[in-house]
Each structure stands twice: as structure tokens, then as C-alpha cells.
Design a protein around this ligand. Structure first.
Ligand SMILES: [Zn+2]
Length: 729
């Protein structure tokens, strides 16, 4: 009887108390952590998010505006009132303001583009007139050009291949490209490489307008006059201040001359609405555009060139502006020199209710609740650094300058960087370093989805399953497009990017319509997803802060890297087969004989054969990694001595840095990470194993082989580093 009661209690204890295992914590510590997270959840308030959003979006606040500075000062005070040590770190960064913007159709007939979005009923913020930032692409060069127009679809590499097939050259012309299909900065970059002298980018209603749904103010989508602003700086080369590549834009920093800044575009570029694009497209003649190029305007889409001729004139006021980053720290009680960094930007193109304020207010509420716990004696063991970045929109400038300024200290002390940006109703989107995947997955199993009550992970995986995808939680790989870029790709700090979305579609992005009334109607009306974001990012931050050993897991990391290698090898084989087939069709004149002789289409030329690359160094490095990763996953960290645990954390903090190389990627040495980078010709879109993959895609075989060897060296040094961890006792 006695024993059976004992057994009963032991069993109950095992079932009831040890309900949860968290990576990085012993069972007892996990229980304490979960209790702490419950308190954290309970103190979050959606009302705070709502009132702070109203306050921060009352006026436009791009970098250099008085209201932007007012927001920064106000946030600093807020952080201080929650117990943080807060300061504003200011950099002097080049920011162009549009002085002259003129676009005219000069032949046939005449038409002057209005370049102005109309105020709408029910949204007083859209009627602030002169206070609204005129629509333009930041870091377009000045220019005054007149030429025939050519329609280039999205203006991506595949589109120029099609133009070549059609025998159409853009040299000396002005191109008009649709938004989407790539990051916007790729469009003028590629157009200039092809010899165009100007570039227009417009939002076609098929991708972004009435074809998608009712337009603002009736619905959420882009009306005929809405224009997407945005940076066209050549960020795949380096982000941040264009005049201070690789170092901080402090007051007295040595600066490049503007003419020498390589990330300013080579040709003038201007974004326009579909109301302004329609007369231009209507005036084009020449071949009818391929069916997948056509949009939803009521006209026959033709390519040109001409006879439509346009005159584009742009002049900017190029001035240094102060970028104010707010940096708020809460010192860790046990490991003050290990930092968990959490950031969101605060500058917007106009009012920026969705982008970025929806994410900013969630970060602030998270920081407030963490401060409250600290006041009750439950402060973080590691130091927390909450950041509100300025000048993200023109090119990740505030965060990049800060990382460049503090690089060596960050590489010594930073454990991880957790980024958020805009947020809305829908599904969790989580990207980042794959060593953090297990930890994020554990968190996503616990945060409830506000609409369905199941966990945010269950909801996400259900959508994946319904769409025929794997029902497994995975982080996506980080390209670029927000402030994590300098942390992961330049400094080699493990990073995450988090946000909800998918049920918040609209056309307000970077327009005068991204306002509080629009957000309340179409994005996250009750701020419940803002709270879900605070719960998710807050848990991740608190677990990283309090873990006994840092919650990194290299199994999913290794699996993901192997997948990338398989992809790259497969791509090479496919290219080889496609090239053989193409050359055979050229030899047999099949292209020539199948084309309409009246269209005068030039027959494609034969391509150089794809050689066999030697991937063995990479395969061998991965085998070596396999051994270390397997040994590591069987290791009992909880039984390490205290000095062993200390050494373990120090080594774990440095793992992501093993994946960087000092020389960086070919032709863009600012990008140091060898696993993830934004694509040279995709912009925000990620290229994994970028050195190898891009060399193959560009058919640069010598470089591909050299990059294979370089990457193998990087992976070998990661294996050696993990070996050191395995040797700890
Ligand atoms: Zn943003």
C-alpha cells in the first residue's frame, strides 16, 4: 500500500510538475521561467498599443522631421519610466528630399503626371497636404532626361532575356516597370546596366489595386492615385549611410563625395500611380506584351519602344539629417556582459501606422512589461537592449550605423538580435538563424492565436498542411528588408525577424494611406495580434536572457544547410541539361523556324556548356559537421560544472560568427555571412550559400569553384568550434 501511494505521487509529480521542457533550462528552472512568462502575459495591455499608435502617427515622421525627433524623445522618456537606462544615439546621414519632380508625355499628344495622391473621406490624415512627404524613390540620382519609353514588365533579369529574344534594346530609352517581382532597387540597377537612361516604377492594379479588392477608402487596396515610396539605394552592395560604407556616420566622420557613392542609382527613377501610368502605357506601340506581363488596366499592353516619349526631371535636396536611435538597456543580474538585443524602427515614410508603428508599439509594451517584472525583483539574468531605429526606410541607416559604430563590442557581447517591423492580423512569420529554430518553435507552441485559440504554431502549420506543404515548423532564411541585416550579415550575430500577417492585405504600404484609420479598419483592429507579437518576441527575449545555457540547437541548422547544398547541386545539374537542350534547338534551327517571320524576332544564340563542379570539399565539411552536431545533441549540459557552463555560453555566443568570412562576398565585402545574404539581383530576396549559388547563377564557373572551397573552409571552422564545445566538462 505504502509503495503504491508513493508510486502514485511520483508519477503525478512527473506528469504534473515536469510538464514542460525548455531548451536551455533545467526542469526546475523551466518551471520558474514558465511562471514568469505567465505574469508577463498578464500585464500586457492592448489599450497601450492603441493609444501609443495614435500618438506616434499623428503626423508624418520620416528621418530628419521634428515629429520624428519628438517621437524619439518621447520613447526615451517612456523607457526611463519603466526602469531602463535610455539614451539617444544620433548619426548624421545623407537623406535626399525631392525638390523637383516632373514627368510628362511629350509625344504623341501631351500629358503631365500629377504625382499626387488624393485625400480621402473619413481619413483626415490624408489631407495634411504640404506636410506629407512627396512620393519619390530615395537615392535616385538627380536627372533631366527625355527619351522613348519601353515597358519592361517587372524589370527583372528574366524580363530582359525576353526583350532580347524579341530584339528590343533599352539602350538610350526610359523604361517603365511594374512594382513587385523583385525588390524595387533592382529595377533601376538592372535598367542602368542595360543602358537605359531613366526608370519609372508604377503600381499596376492587377498586383496592387482594384483587381485585388475594393480600393481605399471603400476597401483596403490601392486607389488610382496611391504611390509607393521607397528606397532604391543599392542595398545588396551595402546598406546604411551611402557616404560612410562600413563605418559610422558620426559628425566628424570622413565622407565619400556624393558623386563617388556607389549605392546611389546610376539613372533617375520615379515611382508613379496607375492613374499616371495609364496614359503613358496607352501611348506605347510595338509588340503586344507576353500574356504574363499584362496588368489589369483597360488597355492593350505593348512594349514599345515608343512612339511614346517621356520627359523626366528630378532634383533633390541632398542634406545630412540627424538619425536618432533610441537605445534602452536593462542590466542583467548574472551576466551583464551578455546582451539580448531587440529592435524595431520608428521612422516612417509618411504616418506609418502599419509600417513600422504597429511593431514599434508591440515592442514598447513588451519592454514595459519586462520592466515591471524587474521592478518586482524578477529582472533578466542577461542584459536587455531595446532599440528604436531611425532612418530604416531610406536604407536600414540607423541600425547599420549603430552596428558599425559598436561592431567590436557587439561581436564580444551580443547573444542575439530579435527584429520586428510592421505587424497585422494572421499567421506567424518567423525567419532567422537556424540554430534558433528549436527555441522559436517551443515558444510558438505556447502563444495562443487570438482568433482561434489554438497555438500560433498550430495555426501556421495547419495553413501549411492545407496548402500541401510540410507540417513542420521552420524558420525562413533572412535576406534583407529590415534592421536585422547589419546584425546577422555584417556582424555575424544570430538574428530573428518576427511578425504576424496574411489576413491584413491592403495597398497602403509606403503611401499616404498607411494611417491609424486604415490600420483600425483593415489591419489589426483590436491590436490582439500586436499583443500576440509582444508575447512571442517577449518570450524569446526572456528565454535568451534567463537560459542557463543559451538555447541554440545545431541539428535543424545542419539539416537546413544540407538542404541548401542539395539545392545548389541540383541547380547546376538542371542548368547543364537545360543548356544542352537549348544548344540542340539552336543547332537544329528550331527557334528560328518556329518564330513568326513577320515579327522579326532574333534567334537565340548557343550558350557555353556547364562544367562539372567539384562539390566534394563541401560534402566532406558537412560530414565533419554531422559528427560534431550529433555528439553535441547527446551532450548533457545540465551536468556541466559551473565553469563549464560559463565556457559553454561564451562559445555558444560566438557560433554565428564562425559562419562569416573576413573578406565577405565577392564584389560586396560588407556582407560577411556565408550562409545567408540578400541576392545581388533580387534585393530583399534571400540567396542561401550566396557565394557559391550566385556564381553558378551568373555562370561564373571559376568563381563558383573558388567559393565552394571558401565555404568549405567556413564550415570546417564551424565544426572545429563545435568540437571545442563537445570537449567541455
Ligand atoms: Zn518597416
Amino acid at each position: 500500500m505504502k509503495t503504491s501511494i508513493f508510486t502514485f505521487f511520483a508519477l503525478c509529480a512527473a506528469l504534473c510538475m515536469n510538464a514542460q521542457q525548455i531548451t536551455g533550462f533545467t526542469t526546475e528552472a523551466a518551471d520558474r521561467q514558465i511562471a514568469l512568462e505567465k505574469q508577463f502575459d498578464a500585464s500586457l495591455s492592448a489599450e497601450n498599443l492603441d493609444s501609443w499608435m495614435q500618438k506616434m502617427t499623428a503626423q508624418p515622421h520620416w528621418v530628419g522631421t521634428p515629429f520624428g525627433e519628438e517621437n524619439a524623445k518621447w520613447m526615451k522618456k517612456q523607457f526611463e519610466s519603466w526602469g531602463y537606462d535610455a539614451r539617444i544615439e544620433t548619426y548624421q546621414v545623407l537623406f535626399p528630399y525631392p525638390k523637383v519632380r516632373s514627368l510628362e508625355l511629350t509625344e504623341p499628344g501631351s500629358f503631365k503626371a500629377s504625382l499626387t495622391a488624393v485625400p480621402v473621406e473619413g481619413d483626415p490624415f490624408t489631407a495634411q497636404g504640404e506636410a506629407l512627404l512627396p512620393s519619390y524613390n530615395a537615392f535616385s540620382r538627380d536627372g533631366d532626361v527625355e527619351a522613348e519609353l519601353v515597358f519592361v514588365n517587372y524589370g527583372v533579369p528574366a524580363d530582359y532575356e525576353m526583350l532580347e529574344k524579341l530584339g528590343i534594346d533599352v539602350k538610350g530609352k526610359i523604361v517603365i516597370a511594374k512594382y513587385y517581382g523583385s525588390w524595387r532597387g533592382i529595377k533601376p540597377k538592372l535598367a542602368a546596366e542595360k543602358g537605359a537612361i531613366g526608370c519609372l516604377i508604377y503600381s499596376d492594379p492587377k498586383d496592387d489595386g482594384y483587381y485585388q479588392g475594393a480600393v481605399y477608402p471603400e476597401g483596403a487596396f490601392k486607389n488610382a492615385t496611391g504611390v509607393q515610396r521607397g528606397s532604391v539605394m543599392d542595398m545588396p552592395l551595402y546598406p546604411g549611410d551611402v557616404l560612410t560604407p562600413g563605418y559610422a556616420a558620426t559628425k566628424d566622420a570622413k565622407r565619400l563625395k556624393r558623386e563617388d557613392a556607389p549605392t546611389i542609382t546610376k539613372i533617375p527613377v520615379l515611382p508613379i500611380s496607375y492613374a499616371d501610368a495609364e496614359p503613358l502605357l496607352k501611348a506605347l506601340k510595338g509588340p503586344v506584351a507576353p500574356s504574363d506581363w499584362r496588368g489589369a488596366l483597360p488597355l492593350t499592353y505593348r512594349i514599345g519602344p515608343g512612339p511614346a516619349k517621356v520627359h523626366l526631371k528630378l532634383e533633390f535636396e541632398w542634406k545630412l539629417q540627424p538619425a536618432h536611435n533610441v537605445i534602452a538597456t536593462l542590466k542583467g543580474s548574472e551576466f551583464p556582459d551578455q546582451w539580448i538585443i531587440r529592435g524595431n524602427h520608428h521612422d516612417a515614410w509618411v504616418h506609418g501606422a502599419a509600417d513600422p508603428v504597429s511593431g514599434m508599439v508591440a515592442l514598447m509594451e513588451e519592454a514595459r512589461a519586462v520592466g515591471e517584472l524587474a521592478r518586482k525583483g524578477q529582472g533578466p539574468k542577461r542584459t536587455l537592449v531595446y532599440c528604436a531605429w531611425d532612418a530604416e526606410e531610406p536604407g536600414l541607416i540607423g541600425s547599420t550605423e549603430w552596428v558599425e559604430d559598436h561592431l567590436s563590442e557587439l561581436q564580444e557581447k551580443a547573444v542575439a538580435y530579435i527584429n520586428t517591423d510592421g505587424n497585422g492580423r494572421g499567421f506567424l512569420g518567423a525567419g532567422g538563424s537556424h540554430s534558433l529554430q528549436t527555441m522559436v518553435s517551443e515558444v510558438a507552441r505556447e502563444v495562443p492565436d487570438p482568433q482561434t485559440g489554438v497555438s500560433i504554431q498550430e495555426r501556421l502549420l495547419s495553413r501549411n498542411a492545407a496548402n500541401g506543404r510540410d507540417k513542420e515548423f521552420e524558420l525562413y532564411a533572412l535576406g534583407s528588408g529590415s534592421d536585422y541585416t547589419p546584425f546577422i550579415q555584417h556582424a555575424g550575430i544570430a538574428s530573428l525577424n518576427l511578425g504576424f500577417g496574411g489576413e491584413n492585405a491592403g495597398g497602403e504600404y509606403h503611401t499616404i494611406y498607411d494611417t491609424y484609420p486604415h490600420f483600425k479598419r483593415f489591419k489589426d483592429p483590436d491590436m490582439s495580434y500586436g499583443i500576440a507579437l509582444a508575447k512571442t518576441a517577449g518570450r524569446i527575449t526572456l528565454r535568451l536572457a534567463n537560459a542557463q545555457w543559451l538555447p541554440l540547437d545545431f541539428k535543424p541548422w545542419k539539416k537546413t544547410v544540407s538542404t541548401y547544398l542539395d539545392e545548389v547541386m541540383e541547380t547546376t545539374d538542371k542548368m547543364r541539361k537545360a543548356t544542352e537542350k537549348h544548344n540542340e534547338l539552336v543547332r537544329s534551327r528550331a527557334y528560328e523556324l518556329s518564330a513568326d517571320p513577320k515579327k522579326g524576332i532574333a534567334a537565340p544564340k548557343a550558350k557555353a556548356m556547364v562544367p562539372y563542379l567539384d562539390f566534394a570539399p563541401l560534402q566532406n565539411a558537412l560530414t565533419k559537421l554531422d559528427g560534431e552536431v550529433n555528439a553535441l545533441s547527446g551532450k548533457e549540459f545540465s551536468s556541466l560544472s559551473n565553469s563549464g557552463k560559463k565556457a559553454l555560453n561564451t562559445l555558444l555566443m560566438k557560433t554565428e560568427q564562425q559562419l562569416t568570412s573576413k573578406d565577405g562576398l565577392p564584389r560586396r565585402s560588407w556582407y560577411k555571412h556565408q550562409i545567408y545574404a540578400p541576392g545581388f539581383y533580387t534585393g530583399y530576396g534571400v540567396k542561401t550559400l550566396p557565394g557559391v549559388r550566385e556564381a553558378i547563377e551568373q555562370r561564373n564557373w571559376d568563381e563558383a569553384q573558388a567559393e565552394i572551397e571558401k565555404l568549405a573552409g567556413t564550415l570546417e571552422s564551424m565544426a572545429d568550434h563545435l568540437k571545442k564545445i563537445n570537449a567541455l566538462n
